[in-house]
Design a protein around this ligand. Structure first.
Ligand SMILES: CC(C)(COP(=O)(O)OP(=O)(O)OC[C@H]1O[C@@H](n2cnc3c(N)ncnc32)[C@H](O)[C@@H]1OP(=O)(O)O)[C@@H](O)C(=O)NCCC(=O)NCCS
Length: 155
């Protein structure tokens, strides 16, 4: 494939993007690589956030194809001037990985959060998701805190 870096467009979502985001998430959040993301990803993540936080949903588009997405929420605390921008979901088509698409989405996300007056950005992922951790560290995130997922099988 030709170098796509200059042809990627980052834009806000429209309703026509929703199924594309959902199916791209199914491709990205695999049970083998990111089991908890796989388990918690479903169409209601996409439609719910489109209802509640449409301004914080971005897609990366290459030649009319959605190749990445970022979806976030802003948490406002009562009796505090602080608000937090939580990047909930970030996914890049594996065919486009390491081409700067994730970084482009993040740069746009960060500028939206700055316009919102957000004071701190939060991200989280499972501890064995090494490439996401390397990605977030490259973008300046620090102070990783262990976060334990547990599961319980039901009959
Ligand atoms: C993590 C993810 C978002 C990175 O997206 P990407 O578009 O491939 O990342 P970029 O090309 O913008 O990378 C920017 C920098 O992050 C770091 N990075 C990205 N992927 C990396 C990897 N696999 N290993 C080490 N460092 C990596 C590098 O420093 C990179 O800069 P460089 O390529 O100049 O060295 C993508 O791999 C992905 O969708 N992963 C699966 C889903 C996921 O884990 N999402 C995050 C939690 S919701």
């Amino acid at each position: 494939m030709a170098d796509s870096s200059i042809e990627i467009e980052i834009r806000n979502v429209t309703i026509d993007d929703l199924s594309k985001i959902f199916h791209l998430g199914e491709k990205v959040f695999t049970s083998r690589e990111v089991s908890n993301l796989y388990r918690t990803w479903d169409e209601y993540e996409v439609t719910g956030l489109f209802n509640s936080e449409p301004d914080f949903m971005l897609v990366a588009e290459y030649q009319d194809k959605v190749v990445g997405f970022a979806m976030a929420t802003v948490i406002k605390k009562a009796r505090s001037a602080w608000s937090y921008g939580h990047l909930l979901w970030l996914g890049i088509d594996p065919d486009f990985s390491r081409r700067g698409v994730g970084k482009m989405l993040f740069v746009k996300f960060k500028s939206i959060m700055e316009q919102e007056g957000v004071r701190m950005l939060l991200v989280d992922t499972q501890a064995d998701n090494k490439r996401a951790i390397a990605f977030f560290e490259k973008l300046g995130f620090e102070n990783p805190t262990d976060h334990v997922y547990m599961s319980l099988y039901l009959n």
